[in-house]
Write a protein that binds this ligand. Structure first.
Ligand SMILES: C[S@@+](CC[C@H](N)C(=O)[O-])C[C@H]1O[C@@H](n2cnc3c(N)ncnc32)[C@H](O)[C@@H]1O
Length: 248
């Protein structure tokens, strides 16, 4: 695989998590970002831990198929490593990350990786969907949508989540997060995120969920979502929520 000349936030996260699937360009970008905002490693560790607890909670309800958007690198406690009896389709739009994911998952009969633009579910390969998320649209599934909302404007995010609601079967669950206003206090880091990056206060996020109904846990800092013990003390960079698709 040729080395990319552009960094990816997903592979930077892999670096911060202590993973092995990133390139020098990602490490350089991660180091530069850390100069502007120090606690990247602990905040992304907590975001990944939230993924783990949310996916485990979904699997505990008997859900055994997951569709992951903006998936990034499928290691370091990612969905198929947590839901060990489930099948999982990881999707992303970044070709380098997709190829990386496909090489990591080569030989797995339980998890696959393909192109998927979260804002247009029609871009997901139907054959892969059928294979790794059997019964999509007819059986409850887990939809994982993490690290993505920050890159979508309100109108696009609202439409996207509503289309996912319409496509998923009743009883499906959605794990989603958004970036708080933490980086407002770190203007250099904020500038590095680019003009598309969106921070949101919790009250502004709730309406974007539309018909998805948050569980009783609510929309909370990810470290405080059903913590296994005392919540980790990390900056409040991400809030997360698990939401359900009601019956028709
Ligand atoms: C911040 S990373 C998060 C990766 C992973 N979910 C995690 O939490 O470690 C965002 C990912 O979303 C992908 N992405 C950006 N826009 C997307 C879109 N419209 N549809 C699907 N993926 C997208 C990027 O390529 C990148 O891999």
């Amino acid at each position: 695989m040729g080395e990319p000349d552009q960094p990816s936030t997903a592979r930077m996260i892999d670096f911060w998590l202590g993973g092995q699937h990133h390139f020098p360009v990602d490490v350089a970008a991660a180091n530069a970002f850390e100069q502007a905002y120090g606690p990247c490693a602990p905040v992304f560790r907590e975001l990944r831990a939230f993924l783990g607890r949310a996916v485990r909670a979904v699997a505990a309800q008997g859900v055994d198929g997951f569709l992951v958007f903006g998936a990034g690198v499928p290691t370091m406690g990612n969905v198929h490593e947590v839901a060990t009896d489930a099948t999982v389709l990881y999707t992303d739009v970044d070709p380098v990350t997709i190829r990386l994911g496909q090489s990591i998952l080569a030989g797995s009969d339980r998890a696959g990786y393909g192109f998927g633009d979260a804002t247009d579910i029609g871009t997901v390969d139907p054959a892969q969907l059928h294979r790794f998320v059997p019964g999509w649209g007819r059986r409850p599934v887990g939809v994982v949508f993490l690290g993505l909302a920050a890159f979508l404007d309100d109108a696009t995010l609202t439409r996207t989540l509503d289309e996912l609601y319409a496509a998923a079967a009743p009883g499906s669950l959605l794990a989603v997060d958004f970036d708080t206003e933490e980086l407002a206090g770190h203007p250099q880091a904020l500038a590095m995120m680019g003009p598309q990056f969106r921070m949101r206060p919790p009250a502004a996020f709730a309406p974007l969920l539309g018909r998805w109904a948050p569980t009783a846990d609510g929309i909370v800092p990810v470290a405080e979502w059903r913590p296994d013990g005392p919540p980790a003390r990390v900056p409040d960079a991400f809030h997360g929520v698990l939401a359900t698709r009601a019956g028709d």
